[in-house]
Design a protein around this ligand. Structure first.
Ligand code: SAH
Length: 279
């Protein structure tokens, strides 16, 4: 090949390569723009629900038939452990736990054990969900606050007693997934908020009942504040790696609570928005 021809070829190849590079850059930017997420929302944002106000008596939770026999067997185990409340057992028999756990552990959904739900968190053991729900002694129309939405399962169980369920989750992807899942399964009365549950949900309070599904060093004072007189709170208290007790906190009169230890338990820790505040 003559040197001039070679030079022409080299220049042509260089031009083609340069054009390809420009094109790749443009396409690359378009993809990145498509993938770029909107700015982070501020903490403590509400993510649901579809419905806001529910007429008294108008709400009935969705029904599911898949894996009913396994749910019934799970309820027999809960009963054998000592939780025999008929309304609680009916709620536990109604909520499809398998829809709330990752695919990898779905076959084990009806074992009476906690299961991983990602982000180092767990869905509680069914017996614990049942017993904590029973301890709340929910009356129809009660307003209930949950700290630690996790998968949304406990919140779904609570909707069998009242449509006024508020739930706060500090791990953003879990809050988002739970809000979506609850909507998809038609538990769309649950209001999910992403934020630090230590502070409660002052705009929605006061509450007839509060349930904490993560362990704190002390009963968070804002939660006592947001509990109605005559209200009940069930929350695990104790160190992350030590003896934790499930406490029943009853507010008898303004500013005065009675605390009772119900049983020894093991829960994941209550995380704090400001980690220096974690106890
Ligand atoms: N109730 C859940 C399981 C909860 S596990 C269910 O039915 O699936 C405890 C949850 O509490 C975890 O998802 C954890 O991220 C959340 N959590 C921990 N600290 C929190 C806080 N300060 N505020 C709100 N949620 C918190």
């Amino acid at each position: 090949m003559r040197p001039e021809r070679l030079a022409v070829r080299v220049i042509r190849a260089a031009v083609v390569a340069a054009m390809a590079l420009v094109l790749a850059t443009i396409l690359g930017c378009a993809t990145a723009a498509e993938n770029s997420k909107p700015a982070e929302p501020p903490k403590a944002v509400s993510l649901g629900p579809a419905k806001t106000e529910t007429e008294p008596g108008a709400w009935s939770p969705p029904t599911f038939t898949a894996r009913q026999d396994e749910r019934d067997r799970m309820c027999e185990v809960i009963k054998a452990y000592g939780c025999t409340d008929a309304a609680v057992l009916a709620a536990m028999a109604g909520v499809p736990r398998h829809e709330f756990v990752p695919a990898a552990v779905r076959p084990m959904a009806y074992r009476d054990s906690p299961l991983p739900i990602g982000h180092e968190q767990t869905i509680s053991q069914p017996y614990m969900v049942a017993e904590m729900t029973r301890l709340l002694a929910l009356k129809p129309g009660a307003k209930v606050l949950e700290i630690g939405t996790g998968s949304g399962y406990q919140a779904a169980v609570l909707t069998h007693f009242t449509p006024h369920v508020y739930s706060i989750e500090i791990v953003k992807p879990l809050a988002e997934e739970a809000a979506k899942r609850l909507g998809r399964l038609r538990y769309d009365v649950v209001q999910v908020r992403y934020g630090d549950g230590y502070n409660g949900w002052p705009e929605a309070g006061p509450f007839d009942a509060i349930i904490g599904t993560c362990v704190a060093g002390e009963v968070p004072p804002p939660l006592i504040e947001q509990l109605k007189v005559g209200g009940r709170m069930v929350i695990p208290i104790g160190p992350e790696h030590g003896i934790q007790r499930l406490m029943l906190v009853e507010k008898d009169r303004p500013g005065f609570v009675r605390k009772r230890s119900i049983m020894l338990v093991r829960f994941v820790p209550m995380l704090r928005e400001d980690p220096t505040q974690q106890k």
